[in-house]
Ligand binder design. Structure first.
Ligand code: ZN
Length: 500
């Protein structure tokens, strides 16, 4: 027993070290690495992930886990939690043949290049045969893991453990109907018809200054976190006390760098507050799902940073940084600008209200593809039909439509729903926090986020993977995933802004 305990903790420590190295290689590649470094870097990254994979599926490791699992009653509470979690993870990884891992990695590398080429040529047909191969491989994968119910359950489980197609169909169909109805009402309002075209420019150094202020206000400690620049913003963590976020100051509107900084800072706060102490360098010290991780970024981005009270504090900071840009806009107009609803074609540019429809569209297509109800060749037309149905806009070409996201080229089928799950969870979290803290709006108005962060640490962050995401939300908010809370929040907010 003692030998097994020592072994599994040593292995987890080494896996966590390898994870940190992989994160550092990836972060550098996206930020500072010169272009020609790519070839060597991809070898280095592949090498690290191969070592990690070999460690995870190693028979010796599995035997020690099994040995402990058989004697689980004799273990401490902490060791029990670690062994149970580890057993589940490792058992899953061991079901996948190593030749499959190699095949999918090769296929997705080529598919990513094909996707880029297809976008360049604006032609889905260039990407289609590669996506077909990926869909077949994903089906093969589902065969190895084989969770009960539709195949798609197996894919969902990798990103959102325990989530099923049935639950999502129910939540998403309510969400979809409600969103379409809300958007319809808003589109018919006079405020919508007369809404201004946003055209605000801000020097990059001023955007940067604002992002730095935001970084501090959100209580990200400088000695543990930093912000850099990349094409697409992301967050990564290289160790317990080292988290990196990125943003991009070169986009059309300064709103992009601001809201992406808030978003990534939300992810970073979660990363920094994962369970340490006894669970340091174990499988527990991580997020249970992408949906819960996304709930943390969306909580700060939407629930906090798109509120009127937030701008009471932050708008003066914008005005001080660039009086010539912001002095004659004014707070009221600005609040409407940052919450402007505009049904559009591209998911990553979508506003808070229409965003989830982009996700639901992808969910419906993915679930039907895995059920053999939809073929890859059907995707462009179905995509456009659904866009029209849900958002009333139709892509003029594949780049604006089915080719816009890279996820499928990487084999990430089942990933999209976590974005909407995160939005729903974030509204449930906000509702709970405002129930328990009567002074909340006041605190936000003062730019004081300490109580909010403490609540998140205590109720979400500190649990790591001791429970599933849905259990954590249930414990914290009194119920699991509930899209009705999100819909009520959206109605309250947007009917008021659009005077519906
Ligand atoms: Zn995110």
């Amino acid at each position: 027993m003692k030998e097994s305990i020592e072994f599994i903790y040593k292995e987890q420590k080494e896996l966590s070290t390898l994870g940190g190295i992989a994160a550092l290689l990836g972060w550098d590649q996206m930020t500072y690495m010169p272009m020609m470094g790519a070839a060597a870097r991809s070898e280095q990254s592949a090498f690290i992930s191969r070592i990690a994979h070999e460690k995870i599926v190693n028979d010796g490791f599995w035997n020690h886990i099994q040995n402990l699992s058989k004697n689980i009653e004799a273990l401490s509470i902490k060791d029990r939690a670690v062994v149970k979690r580890l057993e589940k993870d490792v058992e899953k990884s061991r079901k996948i043949p190593s030749d499959f891992v190699e095949r999918i990695s090769k296929t997705t590398t080529i598919a990513y290049q094909a996707w880029e080429k297809a976008r360049g040529n604006n032609n889905f047909k260039v990407f289609a045969p590669h996506l077909e191969k990926i869909v077949e491989l994903e089906k093969e994968y589902c065969g190895y893991i084989n969770l009960p119910g539709p195949r798609y359950n197996t894919l969902l489980d990798d990103y959102e453990e325990g989530m099923t197609v049935d639950v999502l169909r129910k939540e998403f169909s309510f969400l979809k109907t409600s969103l379409v109805e809300i958007i319809e009402k808003i589109k018919n309002s006079e405020t919508f018809k007369n809404q201004e075209k946003i055209n605000i420019k801000l020097d990059q150094d001023k955007q940067k200054k604002i992002s730095q202020i935001l970084f501090e206000k959100m209580l990200l400690p400088k000695e543990k976190a930093r912000i850099d620049v990349s094409t697409h913003p992301f967050t990564t963590s290289m160790g317990d006390d080292d988290v990196r976020i990125t943003t991009n100051y070169g986009r059309d509107s300064p709103l992009f760098s601001f809201f992406s900084t808030v978003h990534e800072a939300g992810h970073a706060l979660y990363e920094l507050n994962m369970p340490k102490d006894e669970y340091k360098d174990t499988v527990i010290s991580d997020s249970p799902s992408l949906g819960l991780h996304e709930s943390q970024s969306r909580f700060w981005e939407n629930m906090i940073a798109r509120r009127k009270s937030f701008w009471e504090h932050f708008y003066p900071i914008f005005q001080n940084t660039s009086p010539e840009t912001f002095n004659d806009i004014g707070l009221e107009r600005w609040y409407k600008i940052v919450n402007q609803v505009k049904p559009s074609l591209i998911r990553v540019e979508a506003d808070e209200l229409t965003y989830c429809l982009h996700v639901i569209l992808r969910f419906e297509l993915e679930a039907d593809m895995m059920d053999d109800k939809v073929q890859v060749s059907d995707l462009p037309n179905l995509w456009n039909e659904k866009m029209n149905e849900m958002l009333g806009v139709v892509p003029q070409n594949d780049v604006e439509g089915v080719l816009q996201d890279m996820h499928w080229s990487g084999g990430s089928i089942g990933y999209f729903p976590t974005y909407a799950i995160g939005s729903i969870y974030s509204s449930q979290i906000f509702k709970k926090i405002s129930d328990v803290n009567q002074n909340l709006e006041n605190e936000i108005e003062q730019g004081n986020f300490a109580n909010i962060l403490n609540w998140l640490k205590e109720n979400i962050h500190k649990h790591g993977r001791l429970m599933t995401a849905n259990e954590i939300i249930k414990n914290a908010c009194g119920e699991g995933l509930n899209s009705k809370v999100f819909v009520d929040y959206l109605k309250d907010k947007y009917y008021c802004i659009y005077e519906v």
